[in-house]
Structures are given as structure tokens and as C-alpha cells.
Design a protein around this ligand. Sequence first.
Ligand SMILES: O=C(O)CCC(=O)C(=O)O
Ligand SMILES: [Fe+2]
Length: 595
Amino acid sequence: MLIDFPNGDGQYMDEEIIITKAPGSCEMLDDDSRGRVRQQVRSQTYQSAHIKTFENNMNDHVAIGVIFGSKHALGLATMPHRFNVGAFFHITHIWAQLNGLHTVFMFRLQKVNLNEKSWWAPLGSALPPANRDYLKKAPLASCIECQSESPLIYDEGWVCVNHACGAMGRLQGHNSSIPLSFNQDWLNERKRWPTGRMPEQQLAPTFPENINGTTFTTSVAGWKGFICPRCHCCNSRIDWAHQKCIAEGCDYSQKVTHAIQTHLSLLPPHVEEVHGHAIPHNVHRGHVECTKLFLGHWVLLTYKLCENNYVTHFMANRHINGRPGGANDMLLEMQKGDGLGLKRPYMRGQQLTRHYARNFGMPYNYVAAPDSAPFSEAPPAIMTSLNRLTWAGSEAVRGQYYPPRNELLAVGYMESQRMGYHDDGERELDDLVSTWSLGAPAHMEFRIKRSHAHPNLGEESYDPTDEVVMGSDFWQSRQRLNALYRAGHMNAFRLAKREFFDTNRTEIRRLGARNAQVPWCLQLQLSHGDFVVMHGAQIHTSYEHQVIAGGALRYAMTARYVRPHLVDPSERWRGDFTLAPGTQYTGDLDLPIPL
Ligand SMILES: O=C(O)CCC(=O)C(=O)O
Ligand SMILES: [Fe+2]
């Protein structure tokens, strides 16, 4: 649990006790006196997952690890880092109170280990008492309306804290919600930790020594983060090949050497290399159509997502992958040295992506020029990938001219890493994106973007000139409806519209609900050496894709074309490259096909 409340309103913390609100039901709103602050906008419900989870933890004696953020304003010791390992706590009380008109749930947590002084205690505070009086309690009282009993929590007087009672949160005999100041007797109460033992696991596990060369380095425990052995700051592993402490003034840095993985060591159990043409395990649903083509040793599956928008999956086999400069060699190349200097980029503010990445070639939009290494300095693996990806792209769009790709994004995935739903539709890019998969397998999923899948369908606001995306809610009915409008049959259009809404009202409401998920319509099972080519602008405007990597190590090399006239002229040189004559990749089509 992270305790990081920037305004201390209604919350409390001392050396042993924390009182905090259940998360959720808040939005950032303007406040006259305080500016933009997080405010309660809905009542919380007792049935919500957050509250149930904490209730289960309380009933099942599950200790909760607490991390302190530096943003809390509760007047204890200053927090040395942005995030700080606190201690194990247990929940002693859960109760309801009013926050304006809204019901909120509150938790009181008590430190499990009461024998040791907390490191966040204010300077000069007394040592914890040797003997505790666990029987000393705040007075109890019962509600005159619901008869439920609870302690005197607030200084202002006793209030009912039963969420189901009409008198909840109101001082008995008054009809207003109360100001919040906690009763000292209640704060001083201590509940005996029922198990009598400390939690089994460590809150700040010691990082194993000598991890280099072991598979630990790419495991979740390995990449998630570490506590700096020098200054105790909580750190993520930002660099692919280093553990560096980000705390100001701390220069701790340790090289991480990963165990070398081969295409064979990354094959999932019971899966073997494919000798013949690969057998697809992709799934397409609904409106998506598939065509199949054999090209030498390749199997090409082309999925039509909508008119002029295609995803082509090139499935490789062991003969293609085993060739010099092929996927097997490339996988080893990628693991050399510093692993290409991949880093976990920041998404927004302080949040890191899960995957590691590095851009090469022409910079664009999100990639500040210095963050895109020029091709003239790129390792051979990058140029080999670019060469192959250019072939895959041109093969997928046969007959149409596309310039050679001038930008390459190398992405590395460790255990349980993924790239969540996104599109690659930046303004500077053309509509051809090719990716080469190396190492462990992955799922790649495509779905219609929410705004297109569940367009705002209201009878009054219905706009027959809106674009209808294939596969979106009621797309065929809407296409028929809009055709009547376009043909000028206004009466027929009005009647058909009325019938459409009368028939589908309930379903429209269900699909348009805030939490309605959009399912994927295409799922590709990507194996080592496969290419994926996305062709068409709507794949990025109406659709989005995600990649869920499996196994211990996977790379994706994605080539795009950045339109040079949209790049600062002084930075265009980063995308320049020349291929040595005769080295252009041609798809291994010369490989004999064994009979
Ligand atoms: O991991 C992959 O195969 C694709 C990655 C991707 O979608 C991207 O780099 O934009
Ligand atoms: Fe992408």
C-alpha cells in the first residue's frame, strides 16, 4: 500500500498508526481556495473490490506492506526519498464516514512490530513502551437508529459508522456531517497482532548476490526493482544492463550481465523448431478476413481489418532463421555488450513503461533527437534488421512504392513484460510499419479503439455522415441506415432510424457502458523470426494493438518511415544509411524447399 497523500485532509499518521481513506471515486477538480485538487465525486460502496480486499485482509490477519511517498504532509520525519519502505501494518478498523454528501470508507492501520521504534518517528520521540496495555480502549456506544456498536472515533462526539444506517456520519442529535479530529484514546488503542509472529516475507527483500549470468536478471524479481544497498532508495531497473540508483547524490551503479539465451533455450516447453511451412495458430473474429500465401519457406497470412487496411503475418521456419544474418544470429547479436543500451522509457511524468526500448535513425515526435542514435553509429544488428524489415514491408505492399525505412525502434521484453494497447500513427510516419520478432514468442492483439467500437449512439444525436468502422457496434445496420440518408430517402431514413433505436436500445446501453471492454478481433501468435507488417492509416486511427511477450527474453525490431520534411533539417542525417551493394535482403527465396 502506498501512502502518499499530498493533502492530509481526514487522514492521519504517527509512528504506529495510519488512518487513510479507501482509494477511488475521486476526480481532480478546481477548488476556490486550494486550486486543482483531488475531490470525492461519488459515494463509495461497501461491495467495491477495494473495500472487500481490505476487509478480507483484516479478517484473515494478512499484514500489509506500506510504502511512504514523500508527498504526504503529516508532519513526521522527512522522507529521504520519493518512495520509502515503511513497515508491515495490519488493519484494525474499517468504517464509513461522510465526506460532504458522499460516503467514504476509512481504514485504520497499526504497525505489526510494536517492539521496534519506527524509522520515520520524529526526532527525539520516546522509545516504544516495553509493556503494552492491550485492554485499554476508547469508549464504545450504540446507534439509536441501527443499534450497531462502535468506538468513539472523533473528538467532536460519537457518530454511527455503519454505512447502511441513515444516521451514518452525523453527530448523534445533529443533522450535519462533522469536522474530523481523531479521539486520542482511540488513536492510543493497540490491538494485539493475532498471529503473534512477524510476516514471513521481507518487506525489503535483499537482492541476491552474484546474479550475473543467471536467469534471475530477466525475471520479474530481477527487473522490477531493487533497494539501493548504499542509500536504501527504491529503484526500478531502468537500464537493460545496469542497476543504477536514481537518488540524488548517490552514484551506486552495478553492471548486470544476462545469461545468454538462444532461440532454442527460449522455445516454450514441447514446442520445436518448424522444419516445413509454419502452422498458424492465429485467431480472427467477426468482420476480419484472412488470405494465405506461401512464399518460399514463408507463410504469409494477410488479415483485412477494413478496406485498404491489412496486417500481414510472415511466419518463418528454422531454415530461414538459421541462415547467416538470420533471426538466430540476430538474437545473439542483440545480447552482446550493453544489450544495445535499451532503457525503460517514461510514459507520463514518473511512470516507466514495462518494456525496454531504444530508437535508431530519424528522430520523430516523441523521440527527442539526441535519444535517437544515428544509423552511422548503430550496431550491425540494427542495420541487418532494417534491411530485412524493408523487404517484408515491400513484399506486403507488392506493387506499391514505399521508400526504404529510415527509423528503427528496438524493444526488449523480459519476463512478463508487454506493450499495452497503442497505435503507431504519429503524424510524421507513413502508413507502413514492419516488425521483426526475435526470441521468445508473443501474442499480438488488434482491436477497434473504444471511441470507434462504441460510437456515441443516441437517437437525437445520431449523425448519418459519421464514418462507420467495420466491426464497430451495429456497423452493418448503420451502413444501411446511412446509405438511405446519402441517397436522399429522408422518410425511409427516419423510419429506419426509429426502428433501429427501438430494436437495439438495451444493447446500445449495454455496449456503451463505461466499463464495456472492446474485445480483440485479431490475435497473432508471433514466433521467433516472424514479421508483422501493418499497412494502412486506419490501423492506427480506428484500431490499436498490444503485444504480450512470453518467456524470458524477446526483442521486437520495428521499422518505420519518418517523412524527412517534418524533421528538423539539422537532425535528418541520423536517418542516413547505405547498404553495401549486393547485401539487400530478398527473403531467402533461394533456399531449396525439401521435397
Ligand atoms: O513487440 C512487438 O512485436 C511490436 C511492438 C510495437 O507495437 C511497437 O513497437 O510499436
Ligand atoms: Fe506498435
